[in-house]
Design a binder for this molecule. Structure first.
Ligand SMILES: Cc1cc2nc3c(=O)[nH]c(=O)nc-3n(C[C@H](O)[C@H](O)[C@H](O)COP(=O)(O)OP(=O)(O)OC[C@H]3O[C@@H](n4cnc5c(N)ncnc54)[C@H](O)[C@@H]3O)c2cc1C
Length: 384
């Protein structure tokens, strides 16, 4: 299917594909086994300007296009989802600055992220507030030209390795609606009172650190607030509208990687005197997998294109892409394990890792139940 990628997008796809095939795929099993953040892959991506993809040239980047980022995340995810998260989270953590930052904030924080010298994180979720992000308890109290932040965040991807963390906190009185009482702040890891708690042990994306963060009388200059006081919740939701196509791209890449593996295996594996790919049962599975992947790619690229063209209702198209592509990743990776039979269940082959990695795409940046909620709200908004 032709999605009319432009020359820049095609070049980036090829460059990322070749680099990951040669340097990232051989590391993928090790990264999963050790559960350690792959600093070597981060350096590789910085050196080849892959971490510069989410940023426009005026802030040291090489693109800034949503579809270009999608294509890059998709390619990395074919080989190693943990590694794709280094790029995805660089985008997620810098989006609040890009969308709501002042010129001064952008000039200060974006170029080191684009160069890959700094890493970013996005800290919204708390132990008691996941889907209901507006129920957060972390507080920021204004004292003169500073805010004092107290509270904690949980499940923060890259929280233990990030230099620049966008933290959402309540700034107003009890009883206000979430849409009005939350603000966003740029926090630096060196600020006194910033503490990293435990790293979670996970089913998949094991080399991507998922951290608890604590803020103990952490003082942030008022100049580090993003947007106006009380505008943080809206910003948090806008960021997710922009970043969910990236999760769809991750899911799409995993599904494509698993499909390629299953097709190759089905050609090589012989049972009953012939390659198992000659059995119609296997052919039908491959046909279903390929069809779902094509549909997931169409939705994912369309959501990136909608962002690049600033079309209305991007929330709904981003949610549809994430919902469909992540369900596709789960189905396709499960079928890939099935096609590999008993070998699919072993760590000797990447199919089981792909299946474990796929699951998170149905959960983070809003569970798929929440995506349905976003889509339905958009569908029904004019029908009251
Ligand atoms: C590995 C990992 C990395 C993450 N990275 C980040 C990060 O970098 N930054 C960050 O801020 N957060 C991050 N998260 C948090 C993630 O976004 C949340 O886990 C997710 O939004 C769900 O919240 P929860 O876990 O509290 O589940 P809950 O909100 O408690 O949901 C539990 C179940 O109830 C369902 N549910 C909840 N509300 C409704 C409803 N209204 N209708 C129907 N069903 C509903 C959910 O779909 C789910 O099935 C990460 C999580 C994980 C596991």
């Amino acid at each position: 299917m032709d999605f009319s990628l432009n020359e820049e997008q095609q070049q980036i796809r090829e460059m990322v594909h070749d680099l990951c095939l040669e340097r990232v795929e051989p590391r993928a099993a090790e990264i999963d086994e050790s559960g350690e953040f792959p600093w070597d892959v981060k350096e590789l991506f910085a050196k080849h300007d892959i971490l510069a993809i989410p940023f426009t040239p005026e802030y040291g980047g090489i693109s800034g296009g949503a579809l270009t980022l999608i294509v890059a995340v998709e390619e990395i995810s074919k080989f190693c989802v943990t590694s794709s998260l280094i790029l995805s989270v660089q985008s997620l953590g810098s989006l609040p600055i890009w969308l709501a930052g002042t010129e001064e904030q952008k000039r200060r924080y974006l170029p080191p992220l684009a160069r890959g010298e700094h890493l970013a994180a996005y800290a919204l979720t708390e132990p008691g507030s996941g889907s209901d992000a507006g129920g957060m308890r972390t507080r920021a109290i204004k004292r003169g030209d500073r805010y004092v932040i107290n509270g904690s965040k949980t499940f923060i991807t890259g929280g233990s390795v990030a230099d620049t963390i966008v933290v959402f906190a309540r700034t107003d009185q009890d009883g206000d609606t979430p849409a009005r009482n939350i603000s966003a702040f740029i926090v630096e890891k060196t600020m006194p009172g910033f503490k990293v708690g435990k790293l979670e042990k996970k089913l998949g994306i094991r080399g991507s650190p998922t951290a608890q963060l604590f803020f103990e009388d952490l003082e942030v200059p008022a100049a580090n607030r993003l947007g106006g006081e009380g505008e943080g919740f809206r910003l948090a939701m806008r960021v997710l509208d922009h970043s969910r196509p990236g999760i769809a791209a991750q899911a799409l890449g995993i599904a494509e990687g698993a499909f390629d593996l299953a097709r190759r295996y089905a050609r090589d594996r012989h049972q009953f005197g012939k390659p198992i790919v000659e059995f119609q049962g296997i052919q039908f599975m491959l046909a279903d997998m390929a069809t779902q992947i094509e549909a997931a790619r169409a939705l994912t690229y369309a959501s990136g294109d909608a962002l690049d063209r600033s079309l209305p209702d991007i929330g709904s198209s981003s949610s549809m892409a994430k919902l469909f592509a992540s369900d596709t990743a789960m189905r396709v990776t499960t079928d890939a394990v099935q096609i590999l039979g008993g070998y699919g269940y072993l760590r000797d082959f990447p199919a089981e890792r792909m299946m474990r990695d796929a699951k998170i795409t149905q959960i983070y940046e809003g569970t798929n139940e929440i995506q349905r909620f976003v889509i339905a709200r958009e569908l029904l908004k004019d029908s009251a």
